[in-house]
Design a protein. Structure first.
Length: 81
């Protein structure tokens, strides 16, 4: 039987220890201090876009075709189709 341990495909540095991430809608969503939300395309291994701001989301959830990011306020982001 062959070893089926997955190999590490890539690594992205998240500055700060207060980071959160979520997969949804075909993307990886990451929130770190100074970047409330970063949208990463895991197939192309590229950063699609960053939402700028002074704070970061302490929770990210994906459902019903959109992304919910909460922190001091709650934001709803609809990814492009």
């Amino acid at each position: 039987m062959k070893d089926r341990t997955p190999a590490l495909a890539t690594t992205h540095e998240c500055k700060g220890s207060n980071s959160t991430s979520r997969c949804g809608g075909g993307y990886v969503w990451v929130s770190t201090p100074g970047t409330p939300v970063a949208q990463i395309d895991p197939k192309a291994n590229t950063l699609v876009r960053k939402f700028k701001g002074n704070s970061f989301g302490d929770a990210i959830r994906h459902g019903a075709g959109s992304l919910g990011v909460s922190g001091s306020t709650i934001h709803r982001i609809e990814p492009p189709k």
